[in-house]
Ligand binder design. Structure first.
Ligand code: DON
Length: 623
């Protein structure tokens, strides 16, 4: 069932700036919403920056533990009246189960698996392979990813199937004679890490799957034999046509006379269908030791890449303990290193939790607090985090509430605090070429999965005869300490290149429990470093600002990642008054396109709500 989301207009009274028409307020009327919308019981703001001590009324008791209750939000959400996504977002409801992914066909595959008796992990495997076919810019078998999985007993585990550096990789392999990072970590054979996706999906299935493996790969084979290309995918191929044209197998797989096939074309990928059939029959062995491994190594030899037979044979997906934190009594599970997502988001949440009173969504004072929390969390990310098998990290301290209190105390009431100089980059890009999908099955098992080739279409190299793209994940390593990567991230030693090491990720597949410990949200997104902030923003939009899930996903986003020292904002996402106030506080602002592509599920009394981000062409499918 699909229902569109409407919103009503309001007038802000919380900022002391000129009144801004067109702020949107959730329609669902609860007391909390009335408070958030300034419709009842207006409360004066505390001074931002000071961690207001929690008062007796601001605390609640849950299962004997004292936890923070709702923040008091002063003022109505401030969103420009013509914000482009407010009216485009849809909620899909399902009484039993839900799948939300970046492609409607992949979500339908997942729903059919669930309806046919499969569980969340069965669906995760089927959707993962389907995305490798219908979403070639990000869905993959030549990349890697992460799953955060919670079963109905309440056990939560994290599966790391991140790519690894090839055995012959070296710390300075991307530096030219002047010490600058070259483009070899972005396009071409040298850019690829050892793929983890097939091993990861198989490991998840071996641990939790219910249906036969081959049955889960089958829908992807059917799609690879031919499916109608939609407008989004046609445009995303066209955007990368020049890069793809450099490699013969990519040219013949994706382009017709040098261009993307137009929308509506029946897109056939016979090589990929054959590869998927091999995987359906032979599992990961054929990919890591057999015929497909041979094709990958042959491709590497053709293009002077590094991935060897022994790299493939030695690849392992790894179960890890998820990052767990609390936020105002909710529990958040997310991905631990080798992703930075869980730790960095937990730091932001811990800093923000100390503010019992929050300025209105979209106000300069609120964005100031968020930007300063993000800045500090990203400084720690870039300094400390890396592959846990290679570096030791002060995780206990980084995740502690007392450390968050120290960081919070550094935030000035009304001024930006510049990131200490380290060489900033001016031109950080963002994109959506990773993909996230969220699944809840009929028993209540939940899986949050984010997977990627890194940049759009990865290295742009398709394995000849194999029909699948290889990743360019090597760019996620520190190419040179202090020099920015394609996302403008400036990172340090902990993430330096070493053989067989996993490059640090920002992917943040997350599961949120409510104050009673029940499944509440499943959420994640692409977007390079913006991933962490986008996931954080959706979670607090729901918890603090009482937005519906659709409103929370549609709401404008910002990104601050320490360096470059800029607040990135979505074009048209902030009012002029907010922009002016932020500039007056000392912020540099930079408008960009869309931030992220969130795919999220929320528990409701009636079942599940699925929301695909209106920024792109995803879809939810429930039953
Ligand atoms: O693992 C990471 O953090 C990146 N490789 C993700 C890249 C990404 O999200 C691309 N889309 N914008």
């Amino acid at each position: 069932m699909r229902e569109s989301v409407a919103a009503k207009l309001g007038v802000d009274r919380g900022l002391g700036q000129r009144a801004e028409l067109g702020m949107r307020c959730p329609l669902v009327v609860t007391l909390a919403v009335l408070v958030a919308c300034g419709g009842a019981n207006p409360t004066p703001e505390t001074t931002p920056g000071a961690a207001a001590p929690a008062t007796a009324t601001a605390r609640a008791r849950t299962r004997g533990r004292v936890v923070r209750a709702d923040a008091v939000v002063t003022g109505r959400p401030i969103v420009p009246v013509d914000w482009q996504f407010s009216d485009r977002v849809v909620s899909v409801t399902g009484a039993h189960a839900m799948v939300v992914s970046a492609h409607p066909l992949a979500s339908q595959v997942g729903r059919d698996i669930l309806r046919g008796g499969g569980n969340a992990i069965d669906a995760a495997v089927a959707v993962g392979f389907a995305l490798a076919v219908v979403l070639p810019e990000a869905g993959n078998i030549g990349g890697g990813g992460f799953i955060v999985y919670r079963d109905t007993t309440g056990r939560v585990r994290a599966l790391d199937y991140r790519e690894t550096a090839p055995g012959h990789a070296t710390r300075d392999m991307y530096l030219d004679s002047a010490g600058h990072v070259t483009e070899a970590n972005l396009t071409g054979h040298l850019a690829s890490g050892v793929p983890g996706s097939v091993a990861g999906l198989y490991e998840a299935w071996k641990s939790y799957g219910r249906l036969p493996w081959a049955k889960l790969v089958a829908p992807a084979i059917t799609l690879a034999e031919g499916h109608a290309l939609d407008g989004y995918r046609s445009r995303s191929i066209e955007a990368e046509a020049e890069r793809l044209a450099q490699f013969p197998a990519s040219r013949s797989q994706f382009l017709v006379n040098g261009h993307a096939p137009p929308a509506g074309t029946v897109f056939r990928q016979p090589d990929l269908a054959r590869t998927l059939r091999l995987i359906a029959d032979g599992g990961p062995d054929v990919f890591y030791r057999g015929q497909i491994a041979d094709s990958i190594v042959a491709e590497m030899q053709r293009g002077h890449g590094l991935i060897s037979k022994s790299d493939l044979k030695g690849y392992r997906a790894k179960w890890r303990t998820p990052i767990q934190t609390t936020y105002r009594g909710y529990t958040i599970y997310s991905m631990p290193p080798s992703s930075s997502g869980g730790v960095t988001m937990a730091e932001i949440l811990n800093i923000m939790e100390g503010f019992d009173t929050l300025p209105a969504f979209g106000s300069a004072r609120y964005l100031h607090l968020e930007a300063e929390a993000m800045r500090r969390a990203f400084m720690d990310r870039n300094r400390w985090l890396g592959d846990p098998d290679f570096v030791s990290m002060p995780l206990e301290r980084l995740l502690s509430k007392s450390y968050a209190a120290e960081l919070r105390a550094q935030i000035l009431p009304d001024r930006a605090t510049p990131t200490p100089p380290f060489q900033a980059s001016e031109g950080a890009q963002e994109g959506t070429e990773t993909t996230h999908y969220s699944i809840v099955d009929a028993d209540g098992n939940a899986a949050a999965i984010t997977t990627t080739l890194n940049g759009g279409f990865g290295s742009a190299v398709t394995v000849q005869g194999g029909g699948f793209l290889l990743n360019n994940e090597m760019d996620d390593f520190t190419g040179a300490p202090g020099q920015p990567n394609q996302y403008g991230l400036v990172q340090g030693e902990a993430n330096a290149i070493a053989p067989k090491k996993r490059m640090l990720s920002a992917m943040t597949p997350s599961i949120v429990l409510d104050r009673k410990g029940r499944l509440f949200l499943v959420v994640g997104t692409p977007g390079g470093p913006t991933i962490i902030n986008s996931v954080y923003e959706v979670i607090v939009n729901v918890i603090d600002h009482k937005m519906t899930l659709a409103e929370a996903v549609a709401a404008p986003r910002i990104n601050q990642q320490a360096l470059p020292d800029v607040i990135f904002l979505e074009r048209g996402g902030l009012t002029q008054a907010t922009v002016d106030s932020l500039k007056a506080m000392g912020y540099k602002l930079q408008e960009r396109g869309r931030q992220g592509d969130v795919q999220a599920i929320q528990k409701t009394a009636a079942g599940w709500i699925g929301v695909a981000d209106p920024r792109h062409g995803g879809g939810a499918s429930g039953w």
